[in-house]
Design a binder for this molecule. Structure first.
Ligand SMILES: NC(=O)c1ccc[n+]([C@@H]2O[C@H](COP(=O)([O-])OP(=O)(O)OC[C@H]3O[C@@H](n4cnc5c(N)ncnc54)[C@H](O)[C@@H]3O)[C@@H](O)[C@H]2O)c1
Length: 447
């Protein structure tokens, strides 16, 4: 177990909810020299903590709680009012379970906010409320903040501080995770409040990321959903491997060696459907192989469906714009190639053509004049109707279109749409994070 340096400016923190998260952070904050007042409605958990015993089983936690209680830095109570009056920061770590229909149940968090708000009404000093429970984007704006403001008669961000600091620890290694977090994320409406929260983690080897409330709320869900996705992916691959007599562990070990494309930020930015000469066909082949071995792979089967949905979504967005003259900049499946096989932008163009849109396309790498061999043959045999709509310069797209679709990340396209007329609209299908300033309307399809 490693510890952060004893904190130079100890703070007084009331921690609401002494479950897995609350108990662990109580021990860790006390170890750093902060005074912790644990609050729970469960008298048994309160009694355990006051006897120096953790209310949950977690490696190294017993020592932390024991020492904290011995040194007078940890105590627990059911008296929320006194705990708030005796602290500068309240951290909310109560459960946020599912309702029977899957909806998020914010009942416990709302109750704590009512309690805290009622005390803040009387409290003269500025208090900071930090949410550590996992809650969906909008929960703070729609439930936590109004409940606190109504009960206190005070304004969040000015009269009292409000932040969310999602928890990334894992049960069974929670204390170790506290000292080795992947990141510290703080969502807030007031930068000074974020700085105060960040001070609590001084000395920890992790970047501190300050962002909006909603982004911080969302990050926690994205993390957990991705972890669930990874487990399910590995399990489905394992089942296919087993049915083939291939060692799934060895396969995934080799897979994990690739830190460039597999375990990396590659392919993890919102954009448009995948395509090209490899991904669609290889996905189909593996799913078909699984089927022939009676292996069920709902996740892998779902990928193609989800990919098709991206194209349908783009058609809906385009339709809603009410523009009939469309120009497509970049229609190979990615920039820098002339390969049109299974390009989702071509599929999109075909669908729009079928719906009667007046389309022109440009791609600097796909010009019939330049194309040779396989690609020329592919266009002539598979998409002759598309080739007829190709123009030779991006300027022709700008002159033709009321709505411009950016199909792949070619820097030239961004320079061009900066020259759009104010009545022109651009829809960017790419995963490019930059949003250029344009006189016309610019919208990303995703993210
Ligand atoms: N368990 C984890 O590994 C983990 C990790 C990261 C995030 N989270 C999130 O953190 C939150 C807490 O999770 P947990 O596993 O610690 O929950 P938990 O169920 O173990 O503990 C919640 C505690 O809150 C107490 N409580 C309920 N109402 C209260 C009130 N009005 N005042 C004071 N205490 C009250 C309960 O008695 C209970 O002791 C959840 O949102 C969870 O999704 C959990």
């Amino acid at each position: 177990m490693q510890f952060i340096a004893h904190y130079a400016f100890p703070m007084k923190i009331s921690i609401f909810g002494l479950g897995y998260v609350g108990a662990v952070i109580s021990g860790c904050f006390a170890k750093a020299g902060h005074t912790v007042i644990g609050v729970d409605t469960d008298q048994h958990k309160v009694d355990l903590i006051n006897r120096g015993q953790p209310p949950i089983i977690e490696q190294d936690l017993e020592t932390l709680i024991q020492n904290g209680v011995k040194t007078g830095l940890i105590r627990a109570t059911t008296d929320h009012a006194q705990a708030i009056l005796d602290s500068e920061i309240s951290m909310i770590c109560v459960g946020t379970p599912s309702k029977p229909n899957g909806e998020l149940d914010l009942r416990f968090a709302a109750r704590v906010c009512e309690n805290i708000g009622a005390v803040l009404k009387e409290k003269k000093e500025r208090h900071l409320v930090v949410i550590r429970s996992t809650m969906l984007p909008g929960s703070i704006k729609n439930t936590v903040q109004p409940t606190l403001e109504q009960a206190s008669g005070k304004k969040a961000g000015t009269d009292f501080g409000l932040a969310i600091n999602p928890e990334f620890l894992r049960e069974s290694t929670a204390v170790h995770d506290f000292y080795h977090p992947p990141k510290t994320v703080i969502g807030t409406i007031n930068k000074a409040d974020a700085a105060l929260v960040a001070k609590l983690y001084d000395g920890l080897p992790a970047p501190v990321i300050v962002t909006s409330l909603e982004t911080a709320e969302m990050v926690k869900y994205v993390d957990n959903v991705f972890h669930a996705l990874k487990i399910t992916f590995a399990n489905e691959i394992g089942l296919i491997c087993r049915s083939l007599g291939v060692n799934g562990h060895e396969v995934m070990d080799i897979f994990c060696h690739d830190k460039k494309l597999n375990l990396s930020p590659a392919y993890l930015k919102p954009g448009f459907a995948f395509g090209g000469s490899c991904l669609p066909k290889d996905l189909r082949a593996l799913n078909r192989l699984a089927q022939t071995h009676d292996v069920s792979t709902p996740l892998l089967q779902g990928i193609a469906l989800s990919n098709e949905h991206q194209i349908k979504h783009a058609i809906d967005v385009i339709r809603q714009k009410g523009k009939k003259k469309i120009g497509i900049l970049g229609f190979a499946f990615k920039a820098g190639t002339d390969d049109l096989r299974e390009s989702p932008v071509v599929t999109l163009a075909e669908a729009l053509l079928g719906k009667g849109y007046d389309i022109k396309l440009y791609d600097s790498h796909v010009s019939l004049a330049k194309l040779i061999g396989t690609n020329r043959k592919y266009i002539e045999e598979h998409i002759p109707h598309i080739s007829r709509l190709m123009v030779n310069s991006p300027e022709e797209i700008l002159a033709h279109a009321d709505l411009i679709i950016i199909g792949n990340q070619d820097e030239k396209f961004y320079s061009l749409i900066r020259k759009m007329r104010s009545d022109q609209v651009a829809i960017d299908l790419t995963a490019n994070a930059n949003r250029p300033d344009t006189p016309g309307d610019y919208e990303k399809i995703s993210g």
